[in-house]
Design a protein around this ligand. Structure first.
Ligand code: ZN
Ligand code: ZN
Length: 311
């Protein structure tokens, strides 16, 4: 049994989180209300009279010898408000039972295995209990690749052709880059970024809180133009995969180092905001953490798997 510490952040960030003990930007009247959306609330947020923060959790994907989630990130899956997954690397491994029952929308930024590894297993897990399909949101290009390379009756079944007693179990919902689309209570815009395969970064908002997620990318302009056009942004999840000594490898493979991350953040006009660094290659994690600390950028920290962040 895996023990993953899941903390409810009712009033914003924990005092020991980088960025300080400040209250997240709640507009009052929140104390005593639900600390986050239940699965039932997830699609009903517009009707809520309380300001409910957007909550994001990077699901763990590595475990120590006792089965406890470790800080190393090998797979990518970010669960927003317990009901929308961004990428699906560890979705089947590390969702809690409530999330397993509520996540029916999964946005795939690109088809690399660390971002889709357990998507087939997740659909297998929930197959018999589904009342509605699992909707996989992706560009047409990525959907074609998923059908060709994963859901091809060889690697795994083509779930879009299968149903349980009540519903088809999986369906694709294509989106176009730069055109806003809705996923549950979120408005999402996908921006093509600079990676070795077709990849989008995401900007999503519940109408109050706006978050940017770079996905896997090297230096890019379009993503920053899109972020800078926003009136405000509350948090940015951005990757740094390789240490600066491996800058050439990072450029070739479409990733960042701490040095290129710093250059990218100079393109951002919004400040201050929380910057959470993700996708640190486990082999270089200690070095990356040292380099990121040395950047001395206010409100920048490494995102911890399992922890809930709220804005
Ligand atoms: Zn990738
Ligand atoms: Zn990746």
């Amino acid at each position: 049994m895996t023990t993953v510490r899941l903390e409810c952040i009712r009033y914003g960030k924990r005092p020991d989180q980088p960025g300080g003990a400040r209250i997240s930007p709640l507009s009052g009247g929140f104390g005593g209300a639900h600390c986050h959306r239940t699965s039932e609330e997830c699609g009903l947020y517009a009707k809520s009279r309380y300001r409910v923060p957007v909550k994001i959790q990077l699901l763990p994907s590595s475990f120590d010898e006792h089965g406890i989630a470790s800080l190393e990130q090998r797979l990518s899956c970010y669960v927003v408000d317990d009901c929308v997954a961004i990428d699906a690397g560890s979705v089947a491994l590390a969702v809690n039972s409530a999330q397993r029952g509520a996540v029916r929308d999964i946005i795939i930024t690109h088809p690399h295995i660390d971002h889709i590894a357990t998507l087939p297993i997740f659909i297998d897990d929930v197959f018999a209990t589904l009342q509605e399909p699992v909707r996989v949101h992706a560009t047409a290009e990525v959907i074609t690749l998923l059908e060709r390379d994963i859901f091809n009756w060889t690697v795994y079944p083509r779930f879009t052709e299968l149903s349980n007693d009540r519903t088809r179990v999986m369906e694709y919902v294509p989106f176009r880059p730069a055109e806003e689309f809705a996923v549950k209570h979120l408005k999402v815009t996908a921006i093509p970024v600079n990676h070795s395969v077709p990849t989008v970064g995401l900007i999503f908002s519940d109408g109050e809180t706006t978050v940017g997620f770079s996905s896997d990318t090297g230096a890019t302009e379009n993503f920053w133009h899109a972020v800078n056009r926003l009136p405000r942004i509350d948090a940015l999840l951005i990757e740094a995969s390789f240490p600066t000594a491996l800058q050439q490898l990072a450029v070739i493979s479409g990733h960042h180092t701490p040095a290129s991350l710093r250059r990218e953040l100079h393109k951002l006009i919004h400040a201050p905001l929380d910057v959470l660094v993700v996708h640190l290659k486990p082999a270089y994690r200690e070095m990356l953490v040292r380099e990121l600390v040395a950047l001395d950028i206010p409100n920048l920290s490494v995102m911890q798997p399992g922890r809930e962040y709220a804005w």
